[in-house]
Design a protein around this ligand. Structure first.
Ligand SMILES: Nc1ncnc2c1ncn2[C@@H]1O[C@H](COP(=O)(O)OP(=O)(O)OP(=O)(O)O)[C@@H](O)[C@H]1O
Length: 311
């Protein structure tokens, strides 16, 4: 075929598309000009300190709130249309569960309301609820109630699963089981978006991490990219002889440098290049250590830098 006539594959419609979306409460800009696109099959973590706008973003996505400006599209349509079509399963933070019914009754209702439901027994089993299926919903522990919310979010074959701090209140083993189940959903091609305060969950589970701060997107990338962006590798070594301090400060990719006596501590966005340049200076470092930071420290570094910029 003539290369000139080859047409590129049409760009896939984003699962979720926010364009310049803002939501204002009085003087608080809960979401501030947010643009983002989620691609099919991604597992995306939404991180941010308290009040960053995570819940508001998810509420806008689900059509529970309307933006003051900008557009929200879900599978190319308005959020409500996507939900009515059964394309979205959601687990919200504080969604009240009807008290007077049993777990099985509530899950049966969730399945009945879904256009493409899974069998009730499967939904109960997947959420680890089979053993407490006959229990009244108001008798559940916090973690068990969370599992019921998860069952309702996965009652049918939805293409997008949205979860707002899903593991709050779950113990470690419940949390592990929960993520294993969600992984299965992701492996079946579902797109998953979850807000969390547990950075280790984002690190372990998400293909992509979005960091929100004051309603704006501060970072968007893999956990590794976000760590790198925060200057998330630390280099430390002792100086063996004299060295021109200015040359040390001019090393490439420095996020910060601290020289204390003979000990040098550096945060670098590209540790390999920094160490290479160090040797290039003729420095023979002793006790050289290069360590990575966790996502948590990277997240703190990014949000603190933003706070410092704004204050
Ligand atoms: N209904 C509302 N009325 C007034 N202000 C609101 C309302 N909902 C949210 N806000 C404010 O908007 C901002 C964003 O809130 P949001 O709940 O989206 O943040 P969050 O990132 O989910 O926080 P958290 O991690 O604490 O759940 C906060 O300053 C909050 O106080």
């Amino acid at each position: 075929m003539n290369a000139m006539t080859t047409t590129a594959a049409p760009a896939t419609t984003p699962v979720v598309g926010f364009e310049h979306v803002s939501k204002v409460y009085g003087r608080v800009r809960a979401v501030d000009g947010l643009s983002l696109a989620l691609r099919p099959g991604e597992t995306v973590a939404l991180l941010g300190p308290n009040g960053a706008g995570k819940s508001t973003t998810l509420d806008l996505l689900l059509g529970l709130k309307r933006p003051d400006s900008g557009t929200v599209r879900v599978f190319g349509t308005g959020p409500r249309e996507a939900i009515v079509a059964g394309r979205v399963g959601a687990m919200l933070q504080s969604g009240g569960l009807t008290d007077e019914v049993t777990v099985a009754e509530l899950v049966r209702l969730g399945c009945a309301l879904h256009p493409r439901p899974y069998p009730v027994a499967d939904v109960l089993a997947r959420a680890g609820l089979t053993g407490i299926a006959d229990r009244k919903v108001d008798k559940l522990s916090g973690g068990q109630a969370q599992r019921v919310r998860f069952a309702l979010a996965t009652a049918g074959d939805s293409d997008l699963i949205v979860l707002d701090e899903p593991t709050t209140g779950m113990d470690v083993s419940a949390r592990r089981a929960f993520w294993a189940t969600l992984r299965e959903q992701a492996d079946r091609g579902r797109t998953v978006l979850f807000a969390t305060h547990y950075l280790e969950e984002a690190d372990a589970i998400a293909d992509r991490v979005l960091v929100l701060h004051r309603g704006r997107l501060l970072a968007d990338g893999t956990a590794a990219e976000i760590k790198a962006r925060a200057g998330a590798r630390r280099i430390s070594f002792d100086l063996a002889g004299d060295i021109d301090r200015a040359a040390l400060h001019a090393l490439p990719f420095l996020a910060s440098i601290d020289v204390s006596g003979r000990t040098v501590r550096i945060r670098s966005t590209d540790a390999d290049a920094t160490v290479h340049a160090l040797y290039g200076l003729g420095v023979r470092p002793r006790n050289l250590e290069v360590t990575g930071l966790g996502l948590e420290q990277a997240f703190v570094a990014i949000t603190e830098a933003e706070e410092a910029k704004q204050s």
